[in-house]
Ligand binder design. Sequence first.
Ligand code: SIN
Ligand code: CO
Length: 384
Amino acid sequence: MQLRDFDSDSFLRDHWQKAPALIRNPWTAWENPLAPEELAGLACEEEIEARLVVHADGDWSVEHGPLPEARFDTLGEAPWTLLVQAVDHHVPDVAALIAPFRFVPNWRIDDVMVSYASDGGGVGPHFDQYDVFLIQGLGQRRWQIGQPCDDTSALRPHDELRLLADFETTDEWVLEPGDMLYIPPGIAHDGLAVGDDCMTYSIGFRAPSRSELIAHWVEDRLTDMSDDERYADPDLAAQDNPGEISAAAIDRLHAMVAETLADRDAFARWFGEYSSAPKYSEVSWQPDKPVGAETVRAKIAEGIALLRNPASRFSFVRNDADSLLLFVDGESFECADERISFAEGLSAHDQVILDAKAGKSDDLVALVAELVSRGSVAFDPDAR
Ligand code: SIN
Ligand code: CO
């Protein structure tokens, strides 16, 4: 599906990370990509993250998936919402919703969450730490936008849902199928289903916190560090006061830490691997058998498209004009020559067709075989 009348440059300039935006049905022809019954089916599956939020007597209760199928027969009159995370990993038509938003880099994209609510259902007034595009799929939802919030904002006592104690409505809109609302991080919002059969698709983004970055980067640096690397002072001179930690000592100690953490190339490799790690590491997408070079060559010769696994993450950093590092599902792959345009194509498009020349590069064939064997890509199973 494509967007018309949506200018990503002016959106980025005026709204991204700055201000909410209401975009009335920008699709050439909006079609709800997932039936409510299919969403309910996903919520019953073991490896899928799902929640059921019921709003009764002024309070919200949360049940976590996998939900027993019978639960859907026992939902009472109280408004409820079913929320299923990463539906794009399982439903290609839902994954296709991300395509128009690829003006944001892959590494900033998290997943597509899908919600289904009965009349009056919602998750309550809250704020998120991430940008989100909320696409109305089916039915209607009234969205209220509120004040900027942060971790000092007062919350209602609730164990799981971080519900805001106060809400100052600044805007209010009813979204119809195909309408879209962008909300930047930290802005209060509250969406209530107007009528039954309300389905909302949330294209969610992510941004690492400084503390998360430091903690994980340090953890990576520590993996191959030797205890033999120690502070040394063969030039030690007698001090007037033995209690003083001298400026020279502090400089040397600080440099021991800073030099290790300042290695930009090592950081780039680590960050690419870290940020491309799968959202659900416990889910395996590997084919039954690893795929060898011969099979890859044959598929390339037949012109069969290579499809990205929607649950996999793809990005790269350039080393120099002749090489780059491709990151897929937490691993990095050195790319030169034919691998370069393959890596660029795979990072930009959800499918690539390799030309006959590609089959002649052993290096490229080996990379494709490895990615297929890991389950990150697959040759189109529906190809003739
Ligand atoms: C929803 O789809 O009901 C909730 C989305 C959100 O507010 O983050
Ligand atoms: Co939200």
